[in-house]
Design a protein around this ligand. Structure first.
Ligand code: ADP
Ligand code: ZN
Length: 846
């Protein structure tokens, strides 16, 4: 209970925990008027968390258990009112807590949290350890490990060392026995990088004459100072008077720091402390150099730019769906819109599905706007870089922010435009942790709140977005022709069933595709081959009994990786060496079945060799691009013609714009088509259209695409071959309507997972029981076991809820029903052994 004599204020804090409520804390003294939106360190149970102040209560709370916050971390708000409102909307829509959502909005390093550190109370004798070992061997092992360290170690370290993630109880017991000391310290806070720097003293060295004079006097007595001063002088002029880092002076002139300090002592320069902005070096101009904004627009581009720029200038919210075929110059439309936004003094936000997949695009931005006006934010960046970029953005120092989905929360003060490139991409949807948001849909919501234009761009718009355009929610802009006189490639299918009958198939390749490859390599033209599976074989199988090795933790088969001679689970990363014999029957012949990109690469090289053709093949998939920069290197070699053929997974389907590519081959178009996922057709169509679009990007030669399939008459494949988005959309829309799928409904999954299958099923049944039955807009299915019914050692059950949009336009009925069911479930059923995940507008359900 705070003392009455003291002046105590109260704040409401959102904490990064899954509870859908906020918490009140006390603060000593008066509150500054701009307290809302600042970060605090707050005690919560035994933990310390970073929370955000979201409100100040109007009356002092009567609750007596109010704890004081530990520290206010900022001296100014880091979330403005608009961002607070936006994050609150995201939390409510996606059924997450506000605190979790605010945490997702912050870059790593700005949510410091506590870490438990442990040490022994005093030196422990071997006798004590062996005494404990008799009753509690795990506890003894812990103590032995600790006694090897003179200082503190983290719990994380101990968990790793003892290969156990459940040592909390053991630590508790040891602490109670007085043998160890546990201490919580706050860690993980990123800070600005402040460095010593020099600025020229204008009074001492104001002119070139003065500089020369000083140099002359220095030269004889202090040659090192003279050297340093010359460097500073030149840099001063080059950088327009910006501070020059002391470390740079030392490195570039090879003088020591004393020489620099000597110059300061003599008054020629001043030494100051300055903030260094860490930025990832984006692009190196190797892939694009010309500024495209100077190009004259085509008529269709011009029309789109005019409509968009009108909306930007009016500063009213409007969402455009820019549907332009691959290579139609959508990027140029974006550039003009960003320029217009900058012209009215506002900043643009540009989202891409994955930064590392788009080095070419970033280079084009640099050429158009200059590196200093761009901030890039994505999850592979180092913490310091992300922190600095975030601060650059909130200080209003850049014109355009480029980022992946989490950049939708970028702290832009004067937002004027949001662009979602490749809006159909599933990577805009966050899978885990909460909030499970779709950045594309959030963009429209944020655009509405901040009165900005929003552009959703794609060659193959999602069903949802095209539907929204068709009912007038979005404004459709079409670009039907390629820019720069390039033609869309000629596409044809190869009927693999037919070819097999006539023995015109060699391994994974039809003779037709091989002929085309041979022809193009002879002409030294570029080829892209797409295959949507990495690894060597999809699985191995015993020749005698047919047994297939499965993952220990998941209900899926293991993929064979030949170079490492391993079997790997692509879901949980479980890895093992290929067994010598079948583990079911002992049979000695194990066949590898099905092809991944490794095998495609190997087969192709052999088949071409048989024809006497030598080629350089590069493979691009998650296995070959895990190192930073690997992706860019592969693309550069291909752009320069050092490699002839690029074989890869969906990574090769996206965004690449190489004029030398004249042939695209799809090894097997049917792989996704029959998956039990209502988006299977849509994904297949999108991938095929995207990958086909990599060919024929030059006016000089018409590109060609060959699609191998066993279902050439399937309407999705047909639409892709004919390049008819409208056909695909029409067919698919009817199917979606008949089966109550999006865009006609909101598709929600409620997933239960636990180590005990029976218990998991029971939990799901209870939730279903609590779910209101008589809401007209809602359809509930399940619980059922999904295809992957066991994942990472946990059994899964799924409830599927469909919310019919025309009955429940705002989604309020859905949210109410979920709230009711969730509250009852929490009250009566919930246990820590079964995890529940509610996913709104889910992409899952497999
Ligand atoms: P999209 O993003 O629609 O697939 P891009 O923006 O990548 O298409 O454009 C494809 C190519 O066409 C790029 O090399 C681009 O520089 C070029 N291009 C776009 N618009 C024009 C234009 N108006 N005049 C000349 N070339 C253009
Ligand atoms: Zn697994």
């Amino acid at each position: 209970m705070p003392e009455l004599t003291e002046n105590i204020s109260f704040v409401v804090v959102a904490l990064p925990i899954p509870l859908h409520r906020q918490f009140t804390y006390s603060v000593k003294g008066e509150l500054p008027s701009d307290i809302i939106g600042r970060r605090v360190l707050a005690p919560f149970g035994k933990r310390i968390l970073t929370g955000i102040i979201v409100a100040v209560p109007e009356t002092a709370p009567s609750d007596h258990e109010i704890r004081p916050i530990m520290e206010i971390l900022d001296d100014a708000p880091i979330f403005n009112e608009k961002l607070l409102e936006f994050t609150k909307w995201v939390a409510e829509y996606y059924f997450a807590s506000w605190g979790e959502t605010l945490k997702a909005a912050l870059p790593l390093g700005m949510s410091p949290h506590d870490v438990m550190r442990v040490k022994t109370a005093e030196p422990v004798s071997e006798q004590i350890i062996s005494e404990i070992a008799k009753k509690a061997p795990k506890r003894a092992a812990l103590l032995r490990e600790l006694s090897c360290h003179s200082g503190e170690v983290t719990v994380g370290y101990l968990e790793k060392k003892l290969q156990s993630s459940t040592i909390a109880d053991q630590l508790d017991a040891l602490e109670r026995a007085g043998l160890i000391i546990c201490e919580r310290v706050v860690e993980g806070e990123a800070r600005a990088k402040i460095r010593k720097a020099a600025v020229l003293n204008g009074e001492a060295i104001g002119s070139q004459e003065q500089f020369r004079e000083v140099l002359n006097t220095l030269d004889a007595k202090a040659p090192k100072q003279a050297l340093a001063l010359s460097y500073i002088y030149i840099q001063h002029r080059r950088l327009n008077g910006e501070p020059i880092l002391a470390a740079d002076i030392v490195r570039e002139t090879k003088v020591n720091e004393q020489a620099v300090e000597g110059l300061a002592a003599k008054g020629y320069i001043r030494l100051i402390m300055t903030e260094v902005v860490r930025r990832e070096h984006i692009g190196d101009s190797s892939l694009a150099e010309r500024d495209e904004t100077a190009l004259p627009l085509t008529a269709e581009q011009d029309h789109a730019v005019r409509r968009i720029n009108d909306a930007i200038t009016a500063q009213k919210h409007k969402t455009f769906l820019l549907h332009g075929v691959t290579g139609s110059g959508k990027t140029l439309v974006y550039f003009h819109a960003i320029k217009q936004t900058a012209a009215i003094g506002k900043t643009s936000l540009f989202l891409v599905p994955e930064i590392s997949l788009t080095p070419q695009l970033i280079d084009r931005f640099r050429a158009a706007f200059g590196e200093r006006h761009i901030a890039v934010v994505h999850s592979r960046m180092a913490i310091g870089e992300r922190y600095d970029q975030w601060r650059q953005i909130s200080a209003g120092k850049v014109r355009v922010v480029i980022g992946t989905r989490s950049a939708i929360f970028a702290p832009i003060e004067n937002l004027g435009l949001i662009i979602i490139d490749e809006e159909h991409e599933p990577s805009y949807k966050q899978d885990a942790p909460a909030p499970r948001y779709n950045a594309r849909d959030c963009a429209v919501a944020r655009g509405k709140m901040e009165n900005t234009a929003v552009i959703l761009g794609s060659a193959t718009p999602s069903m949802e977005s095209m539907y929204n355009a068709s009912i007038g929610k979005y404004h459709l802009l079409e670009i039907s022709a390629r820019a720069d006189n390039a033609k869309l490639p000629a596409v044809r299918t190869v009927n693999m069933l037919n070819e097999r009958k006539h023995k015109r198939i060699l391994k994974s390749f039809s003779k037709e595709l091989l002929d085309a490859i041979a022809d193009r390599t002879e002409k030294r033209e570029g080829i892209i081959l797409f295959h949507n599976r990495r690894g060597f074989a999809t699985h191995i199988e015993c020749n005698d009994c047919g047994a297939i090795p499965k993952c220990r933790n998941c209900s899926v088969t293991l993929t064979y990786h030949k170079t490492a001679h391993q079997l790997r689970c692509h879901y949980c990363s479980y890895t093992r060496i290929v067994p010598n014999a079948c583990e079911t029957c002992g049979g000695l012949t194990l066949r590898d079945i099905g092809a991944g990109t490794q095998r495609i690469e190997e087969e192709l090289s052999e088949l071409l060799e048989m024809r006497g053709i030598k080629v350089q093949i590069a493979r691009m998939d998650t296995d070959t691009t895990s190192k930073r920069g690997a992706h860019r290197a592969i693309l550069r070699d291909f752009a320069e013609g050092k490699t002839d053929i690029l074989v890869g997974t969906q990574m090769v389907a996206k965004g690449l714009d190489f004029k030398r590519v004249t042939l695209v081959g799809v090894i097997n178009a049917d792989m996704r088509l029959f998956m039990p996922d209502f988006r299977a057709s849509e994904r297949t169509f999108q991938l095929l259209m995207q990958v086909v679009g990599r060919a024929g990007r030059s006016a000089d030669s018409r590109g060609e695409a060959l699609i191998q399939t066993s279902h050439p008459e399937h309407q999705t494949i047909l639409a892709a071959v004919e390049g008819r988005y409208d056909h695909f959309y029409g067919d698919e829309l009817q199917l979606r309507k008949d089966a109550y799928y999006p865009p006609f409904t909101r598709f929600v999954t409620v997933e239960f997972s636990g180590a005990d299958e029976q218990k998991t099923h029971e939990h799901a049944r209870w939730f279903a029981h609590f779910f209101p039955k008589n809401t007209p807009s809602l359809i509930m299915l399940g619980p059922a076991a999904p295809t992957i019914w066991r994942l990472r050692s946990l059994y899964r059950r799924l409830l599927i809820i469909k919310d019919i949009k025309h009955i429940d336009p705002s989604g309020e009925q859905l949210r109410n029903a979920l709230r009711t069911a969730y509250a009852l479930y929490q009250q009566h059923t919930a246990s820590s052994s079964v995890k529940v995940i509610i996913d709104i507008d889910s992409f899952g359900g497999l």
